[in-house]
Design a protein around this ligand. Structure first.
Ligand SMILES: C[S@@+](CC[C@H](N)C(=O)[O-])C[C@H]1O[C@@H](n2cnc3c(N)ncnc32)[C@H](O)[C@@H]1O
Length: 240
């Protein structure tokens, strides 16, 4: 934690993290972790050059990030998540280490993966001041906490201040992808994004927001929504 941290209202830790995942947090995370001290230059963050870089904010258990980064080997990804259990799960997906028998001194990425993911395991707002203008090609915000009660509305991630930061760090023509299953958050996104002149909703027909985009991978919260009968929407906004 940083002394001037913005207030974070979610959970940083859940149930006890099993030994194998704790091992990954202690011994593998440092090799892929970034911090505000890391120079925001792709050549310094990654071991090779990339033309494109995507950001996923609040990746949860990391399923979407693990899958898209595995398919798109020529794109660099920065994933941000506060919840330590989620970070540990992403590390498990990246390395294939699931239990203590698989722990070794030289844990590495699965052979099928490329070294194109870096992780910031804290509040993304702590990074904003360090990210250069027009840095990202795409930003994913998938199933953000809806904070549906009116008295908690100011906790919603989509707000005027964060949109200023997101529009600054997105390239012109870059995409902000937001998914949500919550009716109140759907309306909140549409209203708040409409008020922000830096973004343009790209949907041309209802199919464009009712169906996931082509490069999609399911997330835990998406499956939970479907199980509980809520239909997710997929909003895509272009940085103008
Ligand atoms: C409802 S969960 C969705 C997780 C995942 N995207 C999914 O679809 O399964 C929202 C996640 O965003 C994370 N989160 C919320 N605010 C954040 C912030 N400011 N910085 C980083 N992560 C954040 C939470 O810790 C939580 O794991």
């Amino acid at each position: 934690m940083f002394s001037d941290s913005p207030k974070f209202f979610g959970r940083r830790k859940g149930r006890t993290i099993r030994k194998a995942k704790s091992f990954l947090l202690a011994h593998f995370l440092p090799s892929v972790r970034i911090s505000p001290k890391t120079p925001f230059e792709l050549s310094k963050m990654f071991s090779r050059d990339y033309q494109k870089v995507y950001l996923e904010i609040g990746f949860g258990d990391g399923e979407h990030l693990a899958q898209v980064s595995s398919k798109m080997k020529d794109t660099a990804f920065i994933g941000v998540e506060v919840f330590q259990n989620g970070v540990a799960n992403l590390l498990s997906l990246m390395t294939g280490v699931k239990d203590t028998q698989m722990i070794a001194n030289d844990i590495s990425l699965l052979d099928t993966r490329s070294d194109n993911v870096r992780i910031f395991d804290d509040d993304v707002r702590l990074l904003f001041d360090y990210i250069p203008d027009a840095f990202f090609d795409k930003i994913y915000l998938l199933f953000p906490d809806p904070w549906p009660k009116k008295k908690h509305a100011e906790r919603r991630f989509i707000n005027a201040k964060n949109l200023q930061d997101l529009s600054r760090i997105l390239k012109k023509g870059g995409v902000l992808q937001i998914a949500t299953d919550h009716p109140i958050y759907k309306r909140h996104v549409l209203r708040t994004m409409h008020q922000c002149p830096n973004f343009r909703w790209t949907a041309k027909s209802s199919n464009d927001w009712r169906n996931p985009p082509s490069d999609w991978a399911d997330t835990k919260y998406q499956r939970k929504a479907l199980r509980e009968g809520r239909r997710p929407v997929f909003f895509e906004y272009e940085r103008v």
